[in-house]
Ligand binder design. Structure first.
Ligand SMILES: [Zn+2]
Length: 658
């Protein structure tokens, strides 16, 4: 166990921004710092770090806490282990006291994988520098590739001797358990060394710990594969890891660009030459997890390809996924016969850098050109090409970027722009429809689990998805009255606890709810109704209505909705646009929630009145011509309703209609 006074020391020493900056690119904004949340996928930063309060908070997913909490969440560590991590970072010595046997066992299990990998890394390094075989086979190979000794040490390169069990013996002498060795793939099931006569590459996690190895074969003409890798373990998840990321992350932030290559030696060569913002996907095509990793540091990827056009073409297939993530992808083709490493050796660092800057091409345009050379005027092939390109363009979330691509690709392919526009729109619509369908399915489930909802469920339009606007035809949007309810819910979540009127000491939630109390149950949308009801209960219980209450709500429907409300920008609602009404505070809602509250309420009430008017008029048509008493009663109601309507419209600044 860690003594309490050491815990205190760690918590007092650890600076939130320093801890987080090892993982997330932070920018200063006022007194706080912001960045892209590492816990959920986002395009605009809602992850906020407060150096003054020494806490972080994500307004997107709700994750929040101190440095220890961040490490727990991010590295999947227990609280004590997160403290140990911070202690190591800040060089605070921990004198562990009175560990229970279970705690020892658990801690050992958690740490031993790292410890053993570190032990292996050291072993392979010693073999490389201190044994004759290591020097003559391994070191000479690395030196032949032009790696300096400091580079070799920095990247944890090594040599696995050509013996059956040199490593296993060493490990058992030291007293480590063979079980862990097998788990890490360092020993075979027959207790032999897994890596033999191979030069070794250490794979690090983002904080620089060795999590896996790759071994390159040294025998010539061997039947065994050229490279073999450690298996996946708790500490090594292949598709979330990029080789070189630990050594590259600072440079990637600085350059605001990540260079992607294929091989380990490419990464090391470029790094040694001073081009440090480089990682490798280790042969596999990019995975979603790897894209997410890059995206934490930069939205810009430059991919270096070598090899023939056919190979490159196959590689391009996997890249549509990167487009969906709204990353800017550029492609560089290394001249025939060379890989990045060998080309760098040939031309030198400066010329290499200049080459990749000058020759890098936008991915979609590159793909278009590449495929176009293959069609050679064949109309069937060309039709296939159009489909292929349209498929790529339609995945780009930004409509402006999409229309740029449509223009450029149409020009390159010598097509009428309209053809490409309509094809792209079709594809975009398909994507949208699929998303709406998925979202609606989700909503239907929600309705089913809200038994108190007996109101009509909005069927006219699916909820908008903010992240995927269409190019030409406006996307289907939320119906007008739902917008008003959404705005009320949003005001409650976002500003409910703020003071509406300082003199009366009234909160925004109290003001809003006080005004719609009698019509609360008229909400059409069951989700927004739930937000309003929850807020009402808080107000009645004299509990502050806070954003955190909704975001951290135990009911996932509520917490997801709250996040959604905070996430999506304020926008014109169609109904309000029609009356030339607008939310005055679209850009900075936090400054103007009072005005918004009033507008939202008036709009909401107006809709209710208009509905009553319609209902009343309908009744007047139904009533028998000779039932004068009833007709007069309805007329009186109508007059009263018209009065109310006009009053509301006047307050809203609308032209009163006759
Ligand atoms: Zn988040």
């Amino acid at each position: 166990m860690i003594p309490q006074k050491t815990v205190q020391e760690i918590l007092e020493t650890a600076k939130i921004e320093e801890v987080i900056q090892d993982y997330v690119n932070l920018r200063r904004r006022g007194v706080n710092m912001i960045g892209l949340c590492p816990f959920h996928n986002e395009k605009t930063p809602s992850f906020t770090v407060s150096p003054a309060k020494n806490i972080f908070k994500c307004f997107g997913c709700g994750k929040a806490g101190d440095p220890a909490k961040f490490i727990m969440e991010h590295e999947h560590l227990s609280y004590p282990d997160a403290l140990r991590y911070l202690a190591r970072k800040y060089r605070i010595e921990i004198e562990e006291v009175q560990l229970t046997p279970e705690a020892v066992a658990q801690q050992q299990a958690e740490e031993s994988l790292y410890i053993l990998n570190e032990f292996a890394r050291q072993f392979y390094q010693d073999q490389l520098f201190e044994t004759d075989m290591g020097k003559s086979v391994g070191l000479s190979y690395f030196k032949g590739r032009g790696f300096r000794e400091d580079t070799i040490r920095k990247f944890g390169l090594g040599y696995a001797p050509n013996e059956q069990d040199a490593f296993v013996k060493k490990v058992t002498q030291t007293g480590y358990k063979l079980d862990f060795l097998k788990k890490l793939g360092l020993a075979s099931q027959y207790d032999k060394d897994f890596f033999r006569n191979r030069v070794m590459f250490t794979i690090h996690n983002l904080s620089g710990k060795p999590i896996a190895f790759a071994g390159r074969i040294m025998e010539k003409d061997a039947k065994a594969p050229k490279y073999i890798n450690s298996p996946e373990t708790e500490i090594y998840i292949k598709n979330k890891n990029l080789y070189g990321a630990f050594h590259a992350k600072t440079a990637i932030r600085k350059a605001d660009e990540c260079i992607l290559v294929e091989g380990y030696t490419d990464v090391i060569s470029l790094h040694q030459a001073g081009i440090e913002n480089v990682v490798a996907s280790s042969g596999t095509s990019l995975t979603e997890g790897q894209i997410a990793l890059i995206k934490r540091f930069t939205p810009n990827i430059k991919i270096l390809y070598d090899g023939d056009a056919a190979g490159v073409k196959a590689a391009l297939r996997g890249l549509d996924m990167v487009l969906e993530q709204d990353m800017n992808v550029r492609v560089v083709l290394i001249p025939d016969g060379d890989d990045p490493d060998s080309y760098l050796q040939k031309v030198g660092a400066a010329a290499f850098q200049e080459f990749i800057d000058k020759e890098s091409k936008d991915f979609i345009l590159f793909k278009t050109n590449l495929l176009l050379t293959e069609t050679k005027g064949d109309p069937v092939k060309k039709a296939g090409l159009v489909r292929d390109i349209v498929d790529s363009i339609s995945r780009v979330p930004d409509p402006f970027k999409r229309s740029f691509y449509v223009k450029e690709c149409a020009r390159v392919m010598e097509l009428e722009e309209e053809v490409l526009v309509s094809e792209t729109n079709k594809a975009v619509k398909q994507i949208l429809q699929k998303r709406d369908f998925d979202k609606r399915k989700k909503q239907e489930v929600k309705v089913n689990i809200v038994p108190e909802n007996d109101g009509e469920f909005p069927s006219e339009a699916p909820p908008e998805s903010d992240d995927f606007p269409n190019i030409i035809s406006p996307k289907p949007r939320t119906a007008g009255h739902e917008f008003q309810e959404r705005d009320i819910a949003r005001i409650l979540v976002e500003a409910g606890g703020k003071l509406y009127d300082e003199n009366e000491n009234m909160t925004v939630a109290e003001f809003v709810l006080g005004n719609i109390e009698e019509v609360l149950e008229d909400f059409d949308n069951p989700d927004y109704l739930r937000i309003a009801r929850e807020a009402m209960q808080l107000v009645l219980g004299k509990t502050p209505v806070t954003t955190q209450y909704f975001i951290g709500h135990h009911d996932q429907t509520i917490s997801e909705l709250a996040v959604d409300l905070l996430h999506s920008p304020w926008e014109y609602s169609p109904g309000w646009e029609m009356h030339e009404m607008y939310l005055r505070s679209q850009k900075k809602p936090e400054d103007n929630f009072n005005k918004d509250s009033v507008s939202a309420l008036l709009q909401f009430k107006l809709r209710k009145v208009i509905r009553l008017c319609e209902k009343n008029q309908h009744q007047m048509k139904e009533v028998a011509k000779d039932d004068a008493a009833q007709l007069i009663r309805l007329l009186k109601v109508q007059m009263k309703l018209n009065e109310m309507r006009n009053e509301l419209m006047k307050q809203l600044g609308m032209v009163v209609l006759k």
